[in-house]
Design a protein around this ligand. Sequence first.
Ligand code: ADP
Ligand code: MG
Length: 328
Amino acid sequence: MDEFDLIQRLARTTAVPRADVVLGIGDDAALLAPARGKLLAVAMDTLVEGVHFPVGTAADAIGWKALAVNLSDLAAMGAEPAWATLALTLPRAESAWLASFARGFVRLARRHRVALVGGDTTRGPLTVTVQVHGFVPKREAITRSGARVGDAVYVSGTPGDAAAGLALRMAAHGRRQRDPAGNRERLVARLEYPAPRVGLGLALRGVASAAVDVSDGLLQDLGHVTEGSGVGAHIDAAALPLSRALTAVCDDAAQCLRHALTGGDDYELAFTVPPRRERLLAQRVAPLGVRLTRIGEIVAGRGVRVDGAPAVLAAAGGWRHFRSEPRG
Ligand code: ADP
Ligand code: MG
């Protein structure tokens, strides 16, 4: 399979029809018709083998995740995804690998009606870069800078699962492990097939005062919101929504909390909501079937404080700060 075959195959298998794609893959550039009166939201993320996913990760999962992490960024802005471009660096052109990669990518692309409109293909260490493009009405974009004192802090889903999944996967060294309750499988799936909260992001337009997606850990990512907004946050450790799978595999409560507060790769949304809009939030989110938990509030000051956590975790300003602490 040469580069030409590879691109042709990718174009065929990832086709998602959209009226705003005037010319997609195949020419020197794509021709796109941006939505009138809206802002174009653009995000890009790179996944490097051995850095962002373990060596030996299935191609299907890499294809899914490369798009998922990008759609998560659009979700955090309240943007509706439209197009993607893909820069693929491969050690060799292997048709089975590519078919599997494309399947994972297109499953998620179809779900959110994202058209792959172009990209670049090169030889080298396995690296996948996706750029996504979406739209958001001018005044409805959700940024990291709008949180105000008194706002409630929410998180979607059950943070910490992906970090536990990664720990399990690394410990297994590729060996099959006993998993009678399916916890391991569930957590590893949360790592490899994160579901970007696109619908939630759209529902948060006009409701959330600030939002961020949780890619590097809840504390660190919330830290971007407090920093960007010039405020502080108090998080209640007891309120953190821990999944049953997570609590089942943790050695102790402190390890569970550490995953939930500092584990990356969850791709949930953390956001702030003024108290007067919390009823509206509940109404908007009810039909989505997404679990939301109020985990704290925005306060005057700086940084993110965790109340009720073991000493080693308390007062963590974020991942960087936390890393310098002795690990219990
Ligand atoms: P050029 O040399 O003109 O840049 P390429 O051979 O790199 O052309 O690409 C030809 C067409 O295939 C272009 O439309 C480009 O966007 C598309 N393309 C190349 N690689 C990818 C990829 N990995 N994913 C999607 N489209 C791709
Ligand atoms: Mg060209």
